[in-house]
Design a protein around this ligand. Structure first.
Ligand code: DX5
Ligand code: ZN
Length: 212
């Protein structure tokens, strides 16, 4: 299992320490949530945070853009050091153009789906998609309870991948802990994104181990 701790839940005065700690504990990805107060009712990180952290970590930077019209910011986030750019299917008409930018820079390309968007909506892009991010909460805030319908949606994503011979990794984001993480793993998820569960504790390594 790949574990992607979500930086949004870490103490902002210790981001450097937090990423070193999760890397040492066996996390492979760092999930970086970007919010614009338009697609979601909250604000978070810009490319400066990504470029600031980049020299301090070899983790795979999994940048989750919860922003309207992400095409404007894709290149700045790539130049800042993203390894994967994940955009919301609901946020733009320019999905093909964004994927081309990712391919040009040899950066992975992901699509995220809100809990009420059908999994089948990604079908036009499955032949060239690296990551499918299934939201198990409505995006915008950490610490929300896991929405159980995500389990059936993970299974649908596994089935779609099989039927279309796609290669995308299936990631789940929101309300992940040891129990919900196990359910997601059993349903076929490849990546668990976890914020509150990983960082809201004194023993970060133990929480990561329980997800791995
Ligand atoms: C929410 C973000 C999530 C969030 C997860 O909009 O996309 O990545 O940080 O937080 P927890 O694990 O606390 O639900
Ligand atoms: Zn996220």
């Amino acid at each position: 299992m790949i574990v992607a701790p979500s930086l949004f839940a870490a103490d902002a005065s210790y981001f450097g320490d937090a990423i070193r700690q999760v890397e040492k504990a066996g996390a492979q990805y760092l999930h970086i949530d970007v919010m614009d107060n338009a697609f979601v009712p909250n604000l978070s990180f810009g490319p400066n945070i990504v470029s600031g952290l980049r020299p301090h970590s070899t983790l795979y930077f999994d940048v989750h853009l919860m922003i309207k019209n992400p095409e404007i910011l894709v290149t700045p986030f790539i130049e800042a050091g993203a390894d994967c750019i994940t955009i919301h299917l609901e946020a733009t008409e320019k999905i093909d153009a964004i994927r081309s930018v990712c391919r040009k820079h040899q950066v992975d390309f992901g699509l995220a789906l809100c809990p009420d968007t059908p999994i089948d909506a990604v079908r036009p892009w499955v032949d060239d998609l690296d990551l499918l991010l299934i939201m198990s909460i409505f995006p915008g805030l950490g610490g929300q309870p896991f929405l159980e319908n995500a389990i059936g949606r993970i299974r649908e994503a596994v089935e779609l991948r099989r039927a279309t011979r796609g290669h995308y990794r299936i990631s789940v984001d929101g309300g992940i802990n040891d129990k919900t993480g196990t359910l997601c793993k059993e349903a076929g998820a490849d990546i668990l994104v976890a914020g509150t569960y990983v960082f809201n504790t004194k023993d970060v390594a133990k929480r990561i181990a329980s997800l791995l």
